[in-house]
Design a binder for this molecule. Sequence first.
Ligand SMILES: Nc1nc2c(ncn2[C@@H]2O[C@H](COP(=O)(O)OP(=O)(O)OP(=O)(O)O)[C@@H](O)[C@H]2O)c(=O)[nH]1
Length: 228
Amino acid sequence: MSTKRVSVLRKDSKNGKNPLLERCPSTNEYFDIAFKVMLLGDSAVGKTCFLVQFKDGTFLAGNFIATVGIDYRNKVVTVDNLKVKLQIWDTAGQERFRSVTHAYYRDAQALLLLYDITSKSSFDNIRAWLTEIHEYAQKDVVIMLLGNKSDMVHERVIKQEEGQRLAREYGVPFMETSAKTGINVELAFLAVAKELKQRVSQQPNEPKFQIHDYIESQKQKSGCCGFM
Ligand SMILES: Nc1nc2c(ncn2[C@@H]2O[C@H](COP(=O)(O)OP(=O)(O)OP(=O)(O)O)[C@@H](O)[C@H]2O)c(=O)[nH]1
C-alpha cells in the first residue's frame, strides 16, 4: 500500500505552554492562544479527509491512502474575538501505528473520535478507542464522538440514534459529519475550540460554556441535521 505522508514527529517549541500573540508559522496568522486536537478512529473512517475539509474546504476524493504514523496541520479560528490556533494531529488508524500515536495522547487537549456510519466494525471499536483514551490521555481531555460519512445515506449501517446512545453513555457530545460535503466539520472544531478557550479564560461570574447546548443551538440556527 502506498503511504499518505511520512510521519512528522515534531514537538511544540513552547514546552506545551499556550503561546500568547504569536504567529502561526504555517498560516502566518497571529494568534492569542493555542490548543492541540487529535483525530482518532479506525483506518478509513475519514480522519484525513475531515482535517483537509476543515483546513482547505476541499474533499480528498480518489484512492484511499492510509496515513503513516502521525501528522499535523494548523488552523487559526476566531472564538469570541480571540484568535485560537488549533494544532490538529491526524493519526494513523491502523493497529501497527498505535504505539507511535499513544505517545501523543497526553499532549492533546481535545480528541475527536470518528467512526464511519457505513462500517459496523468502526462503530464497534469505539469502546476500545475510549478505553485507550482513558488510559493514555489527560483526565480532563475534551472528547467528541463523530459519525462520519453521513452523505452515504444508502450505505448507512449505524443509525444516528445508536451514535447518540453511545455518546450519552460516555457523557460526550455527538454529531454526524461528512468530510465530503463539509456538513458539521467546522462546527465540530469550533465547539471544541470554544470549550477549550472557555476553560482557560472563564470569568468568575460567567456561566459555564455547555458544549452540548452550543451544538444544539447551532443546529437550530442552521436548521440542519445530525446533532445530539
Ligand atoms: N463519501 C464519503 N467518503 C469519505 C468521507 N470521508 C472520507 N471518505 C473516504 O474514505 C476513505 C478514507 O478516508 P481517509 O480520510 O483517508 O481515512 P483515515 O481515517 O484518515 O484513514 P487512516 O489514515 O488509515 O487512519 C477515502 O477513500 C475517502 O475519500 C466522507 O465523509 N464521505
